[in-house]
Design a binder for this molecule. Structure first.
Ligand SMILES: [Zn+2]
Length: 207
């Protein structure tokens, strides 16, 4: 039996926390009770950060990155190489690439991978936005010359990379993918910076 009715605020907090990835009901109770130990030092700042994040963070309409501004800081940065677009699954992968410091081009976040099992087809990902973006950029003074498929070394990631490569194929664009230094099943976000940098530097033509 639960110690509180469902409409009790602490019970509601526990219920919400328990839905987060990696947290079950037991961890959620522990987190909530921990936050209640010093509410002014931890609970209230957390609540304020949640509200501010919900209010101010949005997906960049160009690349899909999360930022307080649209276009995102990365897209708006004139010093970045506009001839390169690195295609990644999630914002976390973009952060991993940025942490490595190896790459100074633009990004495109797909928002996941193709998965017949989960009913995720091309229309659920930002693939159409990518082809449109490239078509638009080819008419500018800084056309795209390389697309780097930096998708995770999972079956879904590689299936998606293959599909995206077909969609963006053009005689004027070199399509590359990260080298096979990536461990099988490897997700960018879990790689140390050295491994990611090596896989990027040794990237090879896709297909
Ligand atoms: Zn952007």
């Amino acid at each position: 039996m639960k110690p509180f009715p469902e409409n009790n605020p602490l019970q509601r907090l526990i219920s919400l926390l328990s839905r987060l990835p990696g947290l079950g009901p037991r961890s959620a109770r522990r987190v909530a009770l921990n936050l209640m130990k010093r509410p002014e030092a931890t609970l209230r700042p957390l609540a304020e950060a949640l509200i501010e994040t919900a209010d101010r963070m949005k997906n960049c309409s160009t690349c899909g990155n999360l930022d307080t501004q649209d276009p995102s800081i990365v897209c708006a940065d004139e010093k970045r190489d506009r001839g390169m677009i690195c295609v990644i699954e999630d914002v976390g992968d973009l952060w991993a690439m940025e942490r490595s410091g190896i790459y100074k081009g633009l990004y495109h976040v797909l928002g996941g991978t193709l998965s017949a099992l989960d009913g995720i087809g091309p229309d659920q990902l930002r693939i159409h936005q990518l082809t449109q973006r490239i078509a638009h950029m080819q008419k500018t003074p800084t056309p795209v010359r390389e697309i780097i498929l930096a998708l995770n070394a999972t079956l879904e990631g590689q299936t998606t990379a293959h599909y995206v490569a077909e969609q963006v194929a053009s005689p004027h664009i070199s399509i590359t993918r990260l080298a096979h230094g990536l461990p099988v099943g490897g997700e960018l976000d879990y790689l140390d910076d050295g491994t990611l940098t090596a896989a990027f530097t040794a990237r090879q033509k896709a297909g």
